[in-house]
Design a protein around this ligand. Structure first.
Ligand code: SAM
Length: 262
């Protein structure tokens, strides 16, 4: 299940009920307040953070998490694993635990949560219906040279740890240079991008910082930030209009989907 980003406020009643019902609760949550909140609901809840080993591959830690989650489930106990945000969005151990549990004949399901992208849509005023929206993990985006449409919005996750497969490694400036070069080749160096970090506490504002693609490597991108690349303006395709028996004047002109916070 997902706790959302502000666990105390984003946790759904469905997820809260699951924590209450579970015999064993594990969690992977990035802030102390949310951790306290889970512990209040289930004092015996255990963090999965101990599965990480500094400097060691993150994937090895994820495999340990899967084993930790599955062990009591194999003994027939009701297990709940809580991940911050949405548990199925850029989270390996949640999907893998469910896949393996089902293979072993254990009932498993995923409960949704409020993801960083949901918060980004709210706070940057982005509606994916306006131009479409593409979402990529930064390292995957580069190494598979993902094809994307610059007339659609682009969301890049984990830009702060691009190229970095080990836990606890410092953010790699060279990875950000590579990312900036790839984006500049498509949008141009001066295209505006937005660094977004949702606040985890109701009393603190989120970080919303505009920069350009060329300044990205020195913009202080952290591991908890998500990069938003607004779409390039794009004219409708006359053939598409004709095929749908529409004229350009039938279309509603809408302002860009991202406007800087006032
Ligand atoms: C392993 S993914 C986890 C995503 C999480 N499951 C979710 O649903 O939001 C980590 C990435 O999520 C994004 N992220 C995490 N916390 C964030 C925050 N407070 N604000 C914006 N993006 C965040 C960043 O792109 C970060 O590199």
């Amino acid at each position: 299940m997902g706790t959302g980003l502000k666990a105390a406020l984003h946790l759904t009643p469905e997820a809260r009920e699951e924590i209450a019902q579970a015999e064993k609760v594990f969690y992977l949550i990035s802030d102390a307040l949310s951790e306290m909140w889970i512990k209040r609901l289930k004092p015996t809840a255990r963090s999965l953070a101990s599965c990480y080993a500094p400097g060691k591959p993150r994937m090895a830690a994820y495999q340990r998490m899967v084993e930790t989650i599955l062990a009591p489930a194999r003994e027939g106990r009701r297990v709940c694993a809580a991940f911050y945000g949405h548990p199925g969005v850029f989270v390996y151990p949640s999907h893998e635990s469910i896949r393996r549990a089902r293979l072993e004949g254990i009932d498993a399901r995923m409960l949704p949560g409020i993801s960083a992208e949901d918060c980004l849509f709210s706070e940057l005023g982005v509606d994916p219906a306006r131009s479409g929206c593409q979402s990529y993990e930064a390292t995957d985006f580069l190494i598979y040279r993902r094809r994307f449409d610059p007339s659609s919005a682009l969301v890049i996750w984990q830009a702060g740890v691009v190229g970095n497969l080990n836990y606890g490694q410092r953010p790699a400036r060279s990875g950000l240079h590579t990312l900036a070069r790839r984006l500049a080749g498509v949008y141009g160096r001066k295209h505006e991008v937005v660094l977004y970090e949702a606040s985890l506490l109701p009393v603190l504002p989120s970080t919303i910082r505009s920069t350009t693609i060329e300044n990205l490597p020195s913009a202080g991108v952290t591991g908890n930030m998500t990069l938003f690349v607004p779409p390039r303006p794009h004219a409708p395709d006359p053939r598409g209009l004709r095929q749908l028996h529409l004229r350009q004047s039938d279309l509603t002109v809408v302002p860009p989907c991202w406007k800087p916070d006032s």
